[in-house]
Write a protein that binds this ligand. Structure first.
Ligand SMILES: [Zn+2]
Length: 288
């Protein structure tokens, strides 16, 4: 992904030969004249570079969050793999122009926490930690805070609530994106069915990012899946399957087709890109 990130910067430099000639000699600070930051990753910027870009030329930060929990035959960290890939794919789009905050990999796992390798953070601790983190992103003078979430359940409600509170109390703009829900239309279009947690949709998304993370030889069929209960119908801990279906009777992985997975990835990223860029431009038009 780093090579992909560097590509637009190379293009920008190649397109400006006159400007390049006018630049100061090597060793002289040039960041203030650069068309794009050296990196989009907050982890990899130093404090002087950060000050040169935020808030004057970068007003948006993307924070990715997920959790560690079983995902059928995909990796336990699928909820981390997905939002990180999305953020890296969209951060340097002209209409987004964001820095990427370090990822938060532990979340409110809940009923899948008993599975091997899963980690569950209790809701009160998660809420307090994430609220403190959003406050810090606002204090660092980001105007738009975009949260791309990889994990469902209670975590989605907590994120929406604290994002709303930080927006109202700190005067910043916040957007929470739950990618698999945003992409429900894409899932129907590409697969002809609804998906599920670790279902055909999420498994394909991970396969497109890194096919080695999906162990299809371990897949034994729909017996590995359980449909989500109707609200109030039942609950079980641990949840009886590591693949859960949005609707009974459909949504489990089928043929692990790489071409279809790649198409799904592209269309989902496009949907997230359009939502984020569209929201930022509407905030600006509305004066926020
Ligand atoms: Zn997941």
């Amino acid at each position: 992904m780093r090579n992909l990130l560097a590509f637009p910067l190379l293009l920008a430099v190649a397109a400006e030969p006159a400007a390049a000639q006018a630049r100061p000699a090597a060793g002289t600070p040039t960041a203030t004249a650069a068309a794009a930051p050296r990196t989009r990753e907050m982890n990899d910027l130093n404090w002087m570079e950060f000050a040169e870009w935020v808030p004057a030329r970068v007003r948006t930060v993307i924070l990715t969050v997920g959790t560690l929990e079983p995902h059928g035959v995909a990796n336990n960290g699928a909820d981390n793999t997905a939002p990180v890939a999305i953020a890296r794919a969209i951060a340097d789009d002209a209409g987004i122009n964001a820095f990427i905050a370090p990822h938060v990999p532990y979340g409110i796992t809940g009923s899948m926490a008993p599975y091997p390798g899963a980690v569950h953070i209790p809701e009160a601790a998660y809420r307090a930690y994430m609220r403190a983190l959003l406050d810090e992103l606002a204090r660092n003078r980001f105007r738009d805070i975009i949260i791309i979430n990889g994990h469902g359940g209670a975590q989605t409600a907590v994120l929406s609530e604290i994002a709303r509170d930080v927006a109202l109390e700190k005067g910043v703009n916040t957007l929470v994106v739950n990618w698999w829900s945003l992409a429900s239309d894409v899932t129907l279009r590409v697969f002809g069915t609804d998906g599920g947690h670790a279902g055909i949709n999420e498994t394909a998304f991970i396969q497109a990012i890194d096919s080695s993370l999906v162990q299809k030889s371990r897949y034994t069929g729909p017996g590995m899946a359980t449909a989500n209960p109707a609200p109030g119908a039942w609950s079980a801990v641990p949840f009886p399957s590591a693949i859960t279906l949005y609707k009974a009777g459909s949504g489990w992985p089928t043929d692990f087709n790489q071409v279809v997975a790649d198409r799904y990835y592209r269309e989902v990223v496009t949907a997230v890109r359009e939502l984020v860029a569209g929201t930022i431009v509407k905030w600006k038009v509305a004066g926020f």
